[in-house]
Ligand binder design. Structure first.
Ligand SMILES: [Mg+2]
Length: 178
């Protein structure tokens, strides 16, 4: 089975001590949903700073879970992140630092700066994925509607195991990896 994973919110956490309101202002469309706005130069500079590892802690619980299963089961794991091109160096550094680079059969990053939901849909379609895991519900709703053969998982902290057609909500990454 081919399983795709988002990066931010699944393996890398949001900045820990920046108020949520400010994050929403800084990132807006970047972390959520379907509206698309490519950041201006000064914004790119700010975002670059907020993407150093101090502000982007690893979600070790999820990294350990995927690491312990990647050699045991027959699934192939892929990473699909819609991070924009100006974050290339930072992202590659974090993938190494958090021991994520060796886990995936391939890593797809949005370095051509496409709209995040379009970028993800193109990859999922082209490579015929079976499952895809993300923390962004509006994005998943879009993808699930357009790709009925793929099963989508919303990994979140509140709502466990609810079925919405081919979109499943869960709080537990382990359940998805079986
Ligand atoms: Mg995410």
């Amino acid at each position: 089975m081919k399983i795709g994973f988002d990066l931010d919110g699944i393996f890398i956490d949001k900045p820990p001590f920046i108020p949520k309101k400010l994050i929403d202002r800084l990132y807006g469309s970047y972390d959520h949903g379907l509206s698309y706005r490519f950041p201006s130069k000064p914004e790119q500079w700010i975002r670059n700073i907020t993407h150093i590892s101090l502000f982007r802690p690893a979600i070790w619980e999820n990294i350990q879970k995927i690491k312990s299963t990647c050699t045991q089961n027959a699934h192939h794991y892929y990473l699909i992140s819609s991070r924009f091109g100006f974050l290339k160096a930072r992202t590659e550094y974090l993938l190494n630092k958090y021991e994520l680079s060796g886990i995936f059969a391939n890593i797809y990053l949005n370095f051509n700066n496409e709209e995040p939901h379009i970028f993800k849909e193109n990859i999922l379609k082209k490579l015929r994925f079976d499952r895809y895991i993300d923390d962004d519900l509006p994005l998943l709703e879009f993808l699930a509607k357009h790709n009925p053969k793929i099963v989508f998982f919303w990994l979140n902290k509140k709502s466990n195991l609810r079925l919405l057609g081919n979109l499943i909500t869960t709080t537990n990454l382990q359940a998805i990896l079986k």
